[in-house]
Design a protein around this ligand. Sequence first.
Ligand SMILES: [Zn+2]
Length: 139
Amino acid sequence: MGIYSQIKEQVSTREVAEHYGYKVNRNGMMRCLFHDDRNPSMKVDQNFICFGCQEKGDVIRFASKLFGLPAYEAAGKLIEDMGLTVSLENKPDVRPGIHKIAQLKRQDEARFRQTVDRVYNVYCDYFHLLNEWACCGKL
Ligand SMILES: [Zn+2]
């Protein structure tokens, strides 16, 4: 089975839209990606169809439009971002997209802040300990 079929088996267009923060209302409608849509006129479920501009397609086409990537690269991005499993011999090379880079940067920043907090706490503890010792006349 090709990777597109494997992806479509595992994830719906609606899940992908919601994963990337698009609001899908109770009726499964969201604002169209293909035309300037003020009111939600795109129906998303397994596939998508827009009642405004008549665009329709599957999750691969949706992702391709969403990220401005060729279908094959969009597929690779979906596999990575949605944590999908596809058979390896068909797996495309995944180059980090802009989203991925931003995500990595956020992770680095968080890790850096955690380290600073930890070091700061150690120094604070040490400082308090010295104060206690000074008070008790141990120094
Ligand atoms: Zn449309």
